[in-house]
Each structure stands twice: as structure tokens, then as C-alpha cells.
Write a protein that binds this ligand. Sequence first.
Ligand code: ADP
Length: 640
Amino acid sequence: MRGVFSEKTHRALLRPRSTAHRQERRRWGRFRPDLRAQLALQVGIGVASVVVFFLILRGYVVQEEVDRASRERLAVGQVLAGYVDAQLGDTLQQLARTAARVQTSSQAGTPALLEDLRFRLDQTAYGVFLLDAGGRPLGADPPELGQLGAELARRPEVAPELAAGRAVVSGVHSGPGGRAQFGMAVPTRLPWLPDAAGQPTAGTLGILVDPTNPRFGELVQASISLGVGTSAEVVDQFGTVVTSTERERTLLPGQFQALYANRIASHLSGWEVAVPTDGPNTGERFLVAFAPLQRAPWGLALAGPEAQVLAPIRRLDPPLVALVLASLAILVGLATLTARSVVDPVRELILAARRIARGDLETEVPRRGAGELHALSRALDEMRLGLREAERARAEVDRLKDEFVSSVSHELRTPLGYIKGYTTTLLRRDAEWDEEQVREFLRIIDESSDQLESLVDHLLDMSRISEGRLSVEPEPVALAPIARDVARNANVRTSAHRIKVQVPPDMPLVMADRGRIGQVLGNLVDNAIKYSPEGGPITISAAVTAEHAHVAVRDEGLGIPEDQLESVFDRFHRGSSALVRSTRGTGLGLPICRAIVEAHGGRIWAERPADGPGSVVHFTLPLAPAEAQPGADDAEDAAE
Ligand code: ADP
């Protein structure tokens, strides 16, 4: 098996796997995971990607839902704030109108104006009052509220506004009996209380309102019936709850006081996610939408836990997780199947390749897998068959060489034996030979020398052919004389055969090396004699076709078996029959003939004649150019 691979490759292939593997790793300088590990890694990456994809998708959906709910909450908040504003605006207008009437009435008409105002405001206000420039009550309805009105006008968020001559809405605070109240006040003039210069002094007309009254309270309740959020509250400029859907919260700081204060101060509407830091809902995330009011420095907030908004999405989580798990299971299943359908056949192929490397060329490579893997196993098996073929051919060449060496030795020894034997015989002093006997011995010695010479010529020619040094020198020559010479020489050697030459008289000249073509014809006639042990006719014939001269040597001997018609031209090939084996020969004659004919640009082949026994060897030669052809008188025909 060594012959198929070089020694180095052979050693590398047979090296234990671990060493080869280590070397491989050193060469690449990093870890190279096997196929199964690579597949597992890829599946892992795939699984992670799916999970990340779902998480990102969910995050996106959650954000969208939070934004949608917040937008909706803000829109409702703004509508509600509009209602509250309308209420406050309405009340402030009533106040302003009454303030204008106060400016034109007398002191005696004032109680009636206050009573009228209280009547108009009905449920909204529970008290109406009038103060002088010093903030002292001038009148009130009910009368006991005068003092409360004076206190209201002194409140820090109220006094500066009144001093600047502007209408004002106070913050919410605790009133009589601890109930919540806030005030609204507008400046007025009191003509019946002139100052030193006789001008009317400033006065303040105000009302006190219970924010938990139905007209106010119902408004915030409406937000809940609209289904947005879980709580709604109106907060004042201090972040204190004016009124709320949870009534008990009124007067307490709003749930997200800092957020409210900030938004009220900057008069901003918008939404935020806020997390209470104390109270029962500490740590819970709330979505808060906030709309500031126009008529008062207040705002309206709609809030609800984020979890409530996300509940429909959360409900989708279990089926979603199940879906992800199912797709992961399918992914892993498919990957396992792929691993099995790829890795197992690849392993078998590795084993097969190792078997081939070890020199086992008989075991078939299993056809496994599909697609490229199947093609790979087929290619590997074709490689095995190719190697097996090459190995067989090499063995055949070895066998032929051995056979050649033994037949060459035999070919050398036989004539040498004759030469030695007859020379020794002739040199013996104790024997007397008559002239006839001496001539016969010398003829045998001469023939044996010829045989030796021809064998050495064959060997030299063959080595020239192997080295590509066989040279021919073609010139225009006539075939007939060459054929006649060959026949004459052969006739000398045999008495059992009749050698005939049939060349047409007008045969044109051919382009040939006279000596070499004589050698070819000589070889062919020699074979014809050797392989026609019973004797019989041998014919050298020639004919002309349009392109070339056609020469054939025919005998009626053993014939060449059908399956050897090609191989007889291979080097060292000798027929396998006992008769051939018993004949002298080296298997070099026909290959030399082929090399010579091909060097002339011709072709040589053997046939079994259709009409009789024996064999024919044909060859072609190129014709000499027209200008080199002599007149018709040169042509001749001879038969011997
Ligand atoms: P050799 O004659 O030295 O064996 P060749 O190359 O001349 O070598 O011939 C090769 C083989 O071809 C022979 O061994 C023989 O079997 C076969 N062969 C050649 N010429 C003939 C022929 N005229 N008739 C029968 N067999 C032949």
C-alpha cells in the first residue's frame, strides 16, 4: 500500500488521532469545536435570539400600551379640567357682576346684593362676604361668616393678589367644623366709604365654597365612570387635594405632591410614571396624567396603577411563554435531527477515510446522508476505487517487469548457452570434426549471436523509447525493395514458411526511415514465423488510400486472442498460451513497432482475419509529397 501514498503522507494518515488533532489545534492556534458542539452553539444563539426578540417585542407592546393609556387619560383629564374651569369661571363672573353692582349701590343696599349673590350661587357657595380696605367684614350672608372672609383675605396666596387688584382663588383649607373650604374673592370699590380725598375706598367681595359639594364632587367622580384610572383629584397650588374621588383624601397632600406642584408651577399638562415613596402603595408604579386649570392655580390629576393598564398584556404572557417554549422545543428537536443526519454520516465518512488511509481499499464506503453528504460519500468511494485501480495497475506492472526480467534472462541464456557450448566443442583437442560439422556448429554460433544482437537492439530501442529519444529520419522511399529484403532474410531463416510480398507496381513512395521501417516489417514477419509453428504462408502486402500507404503482415498461425488485440502493443506483454510461452520473446517487439510507426505519424493495429486463421498486423505510413514521386516506370511488383 505504501506505493499509493508517499511515505510522509502515509505516516501522517496513520498517526493516532490525538496527535494529529493536537497538531491541528497548534496550527490554528485556537479551539475548533466539533460539528455537534458547533450545532449546539448555533442552536443556543438561535434560542437566545428568539427569547431576546420576544422580550424586545413585549417591551415595545408594553410601552405602546402605556403611552396609549396615558394619552387617553390626559385627554379625559383635560376635558374634566375644562368643566372645573367653566364652573370657576362662572362663579368668578357672578362675583364680578355683583362687585360692579356694589360699586354703584349704597351701604343700605349691600345686604340685599349679598343675599342675591348667595342665592344665585346656590349650592356652590355656602357663604358670601364683603370686606373693607382694611380687611374688616362689612357684611356677610350668613352674617357669622364675616370673620371667616376676613381670615381668607389675609391668606398668603390671597392677600397679594387682592392688593394688586386681581380676582383670586385660594388654596383649600379647613373651615368651620373642620370641613374643607376654599375662597374666591374679587376687588370692588365702596362709594359709601370714601377716603380722605373723597374717593371710594377699595373693598373685597368674596365667597366661601365647600369643594365636596355635589357640583364639584360629581365632576371628579365622572372620570371614574369614564373608565380611565382609579382615582381623580383636583389639587391646589400647594399640592393639597381640593376634591377627590376618594373623599377622605380632601385636605391631605396629593398622592404625588411634588409632581403636582412642579406641573402647576410651570402650568404644564402631560403624563408620567410615578412611584409613591410612602403610604399603602409604596413602590407601585402609577400612571399619572395631569391637566392644569386656567381659572385657578390648580390642576386635575388622573392616576391609576400601571399594572391595571398592563393587565390585558400580562394576561397574554402565559400563552406567549408557552409559544416561545414550544418553538424552542421545535428548534432544539430540529437541531438534534440535523445533528444526527449530519454528524453521524460525517463520522462514518471519517472512519471510511481512515480505513482507506490504512490501505483497506476493498471495503465499500457506505452511502449515507443526503445532498452534499451523499455526494461526498460517493466521491470518497470513487477515490477508493481509483486508488484500488492504480494499485492493481502498479501490481500488474510489477508482475510484467518480473516476467520481463525472467524472459530476458532466458533469452540471454539460450543463445549464450549455444555459443558457449559449440565454441567449447570446437575447441576440444580430443575430437575430430569434419568440415561439414564445423560449418554447422559455426552456423549455430552465428545464429545465436544474431539473436543476442537483436535482443540487445530491442532493449536499447526500448530504453530510447522510454526516454523519448527514438528518432526517425523519414525520406521518400519505395516500400517494395524494403519488403523484399525483409522477406529474403526471413526465407533464409525458415524452411517451413513461404513469405510473399504483394506491393502494387505503381505504389507511390512513402515518407519513411528506411532502416526503421525495415525493422518494423522484420519484427512483424519474425512474430508471424514464431507464432505459426505449423508453417504456412506469410504475406507482406501494401496498398494506397487517399491519405496514406497501408501495409499489412498476415500469417495463418495461432492468431491473437480477441481480448489481447490492444494489449499486445503494451510493453512486456506476452501471450498467455503455453505455445507462446514456449517461444522465445520479451514482449518488446510490438511496442517498439508502435513507437516507430507513430514517430512516422502512422497508426498500427492487429486483427483476426475474418476469412481464415492466424492474424494480421496493419500499419499506415504517410505518402511522400507529389513532387518527390518518380514516374510510373519506377513502380514494380515482385512476388517471391
Ligand atoms: P514477443 O514476440 O517477444 O513476445 P511482441 O511484442 O512481439 O513480443 O509480441 C507480444 C505478444 O503478441 C506475443 O507474446 C504474442 O502473444 C502476440 N503476438 C505477436 N504477433 C503475433 C502473431 N503474428 N500471431 C500470434 N500472436 C502474436
